[in-house]
Design a protein around this ligand. Sequence first.
Ligand SMILES: *Cc1c(COP(=O)(O)O)cnc(C)c1O
Length: 385
Amino acid sequence: MQQYPIPQDKLAVMKSLPTPSFVIDEAMLIKNLKRLKYIQDQSGAKILLAQKCFSTFRLYPLISSYLHGCVASGIYEARLGHEEFRKENHVFEPAYKPSDIPELDQICDHIIFNSWNQYNLHSPRIKNASIGIRVNPEHSTQPKNHAIYDPCTAGSRLGITIDLMPEVLPDDISGFHFHTLCEQGFDDLESTFHAFEQKFGKYLHQIKWLNLGGGHYIAHEDYAVEKLIDLVRYIRQKYNLEVYLEPGEGVVLNSGVLVTEVMDKVRNGMEILILDCSAACHCPDVIEGPYLPPIHEAEDNANGKFVYRLSSMTCLAGDVIGDYSFQHQINIGDKIIIEDMAIYTMVKTNTFNGMPLPDIWLLNSDNSTELIKRFGYQDFKMRLG
Ligand SMILES: *Cc1c(COP(=O)(O)O)cnc(C)c1O
């Protein structure tokens, strides 16, 4: 569990905001962006924001001042990237709606296909974008219980396997893409690249670019940044390719929190806090993963003197964030700070149970705050009838 030290003055500002609120920490985001810029500068890699992880476009001008572009997983993200990021725009979808292709061709620089069916169907209509295919190196590096996030798991639909590759690559294919990692260090990228190189290396002199996907835990302090730089240099020199990386978490790791208030305390064999946020509605990966998000000033175990189960106001029995040990007693009305809540949260919120959506705030580097977005009843109602 990685904690990030929140200075007292920042903490006071976070706790002064209405709850529930997502608070994006500009200083932490800039710290990650500087690391990514260093990798770009040293290696020649082009780094793209994976918008599916974080699409709070109020921050796109800042992010785009460091990164090369962004990547979309669907038509709306592609449009958002085009309108708000305004740099290189890439899209990958397992299947494209034929009606979306003309627009995607206009607004995207790279369009990546997941199968030969998709390539054969759509590529004749692509006039502007550079065409790529996603391949599957069939080199699984994730634990077996992580199959939900492992595109190399058996039976995966993601990417063309080597047995389906033709002898000669069609002329209009300019690039390859693979994405196989999730929160992983450099060693797993290296072994994946070697599996990829062994299988697909013979095509590499025919293409112009290689996209190494996302899942690189680059923002983590233990990540072997210099080794990544060496690998990118090797690929660029040996095969004369443009190299792309498209991290999501690697851009916004530890760049935001969810501030919530304790609404009630109940007892059932243990002390249970009912918070005004919800795992199911506001950070569903906590349940899907599952994982325990870091909580400020708490340990993710039940060993301490002040142990609480953090749960929510919804009626879902399993809407639980987890059991934590705090340093002191927690009371009704206290604010609790859930850390690392910029990743895969604001992009995944929903209003199940009629739960209100959290505000989105920006905490600037000078500790001033700015309300980016407040939602209301209409945001709930408008999607339902
Ligand atoms: C999810 C995804 C990413 C970003 O993954 P992170 O783990 O957030 O870095 C990048 N590319 C593709 C194709 C993805 O599906």
